[in-house]
Design a protein around this ligand. Structure first.
Ligand SMILES: Nc1ncnc2c1ncn2[C@@H]1O[C@H](COP(=O)(O)OP(=O)(O)O)[C@@H](O)[C@H]1O
Ligand code: SF4
Ligand SMILES: [Mg+2]
Length: 333
């Protein structure tokens, strides 16, 4: 059970900002704090532009946080340099949304799969075929696929290659950034089943980033909901449908489309647009779209608080503001 496992990754107040034209600052991630346990699947969901990929890039050390720390087994990732940094890249690997864009089109699958291992001298030229056959078998593809090019395969097969390549270095953490978002629903299901099997076999920790809350909650142990660079709710996957407490998560659930749904119930989209990360409002980041917004939400940015077993949320509804208590539940003008 992952809950009894040691913490493998900690994010401590991680913020990422980019300089923007007009001397402005774009805040892509804002004070993200959470822990991930070994063998856990953590789903990260949120609308496009909420900072999911930026967080993923910091996890795999393609970018450094502007402030805050990411600890892997207690060691600060951004303080690693030179050979230590290079060696650590093996431990946290990424599967990208578009494998065609991340593979060299003129390389055969055998070379795509074994290139990372060759770089780390984990395989010799003489043993490349054996290594590629083992990796193809791991992701349920025929061995003779090693002589194909990426464009001679279907989207689902290519994504299996992406997973096999990421796992070739035997990482402890796999970061999947929208890895199934471009696939048909049936292929998506097969890839998720593959990830779940590989996690069990290898005690992998998986960070699965996706914009589809319904998909993520179906298999992630825990789900983190992001909004405008902030984690606004963190809860067990199985609790999402019944126990989501944050108004944003509740609004996302009301917007989910499912073939089993009650067709008499309207799908409710979330009104208006998220603010620009260049102009983050004071107070709660969700305030301009929240049905339950109060005066206090305009002044105080709510902190992430424990609201139930293994359940945290950042919302003024769960804070004790004695001066504002009377207005709880009232909509602000
Ligand atoms: N290298 C960059 N320079 C400037 N802005 C960036 C950069 N990378 C991402 N952003 C901005 O950060 C915000 C979050 O982007 P991203 O992490 O890609 O979101 P998501 O993956 O959730 O769609 C967006 O507003 C995006 O335009
Ligand atoms: S803090 Fe206020 S505006 Fe933000 S989600 Fe909670 S109730 Fe809505
Ligand atoms: Mg993204």
């Amino acid at each position: 059970m992952y809950k009894d496992n040691p913490v493998i990754l900690q994010s401590l107040q991680v913020t990422k900002q980019y300089p923007a034209p007009g001397n402005r600052t774009l805040t892509a991630c804002s004070g993200i704090s959470m822990e991930v346990k070994q063998g856990e699947t953590l789903g990260i969901v949120g609308e496009s532009g909420c900072g999911k990929s930026t967080f993923a890039r910091m996890l795999v050390q393609l970018e450094k946080p502007t402030s805050g720390k990411l600890l892997y087994h207690g060691e600060d990732l951004s303080s690693m340099k030179g050979e230590a940094l290079r060696q650590n890249r093996k431990n946290i690997q990424m599967v990208f949304q578009d494998p065609l864009a991340s593979f060299h089109p003129k390389m055969k699958i055998i070379d795509i799969l074994t290139e990372p291992m060759m770089n780390f001298r984990m395989v010799t030229k003489a043993h490349k075929e054996d290594a590629a056959a083992r990796l193809l078998q791991m992701v349920d593809l025929p061995e003779d696929f090693m002589y194909r090019y990426p464009h001679n395969m279907s989207g689902g097969q290519r994504q299996r290659i992406g997973i096999a390549r990421a796992l070739s270095l035997e990482p402890e953490i796999l970061v999947c950034d929208e890895a199934t978002s471009a696939l048909d629903v049936s292929v998506q299901k097969n890839i998720i089943e593959l990830l779940v099997r590989l996690q069990r076999e290898k005690n992998l920790t998986i960070i699965f980033i996706c914009h589809d809350l319904a998909l993520v909650q179906s298999f992630a142990h825990r789900v983190a909901v992001m909004y405008l660079g902030n984690i606004v709710e963190l809860m067990p996957g199985e609790a999402v449908a019944a126990d989501a407490r944050h108004p944003y998560t509740q609004a996302l659930l009301r917007a989910v489309f499912s073939p089993d749904m009650d067709f008499c119930r309207a799908i409710q989209s979330i009104e208006s647009e998220a603010p620009s990360p260049l102009e983050i409002p004071e107070g709660c980041p969700f305030l301009n779209r929240c049905e339950r917004c109060m005066e206090v939400c305009k002044k105080v940015k709510p902190e992430v608080r424990v609201v139930g077993p293994f359940h945290e949320a950042a919302c003024c509804l769960f804070e004790e503001f004695s001066e504002y208590r009377a207005e709880r539940g009232k909509k602000c003008s």
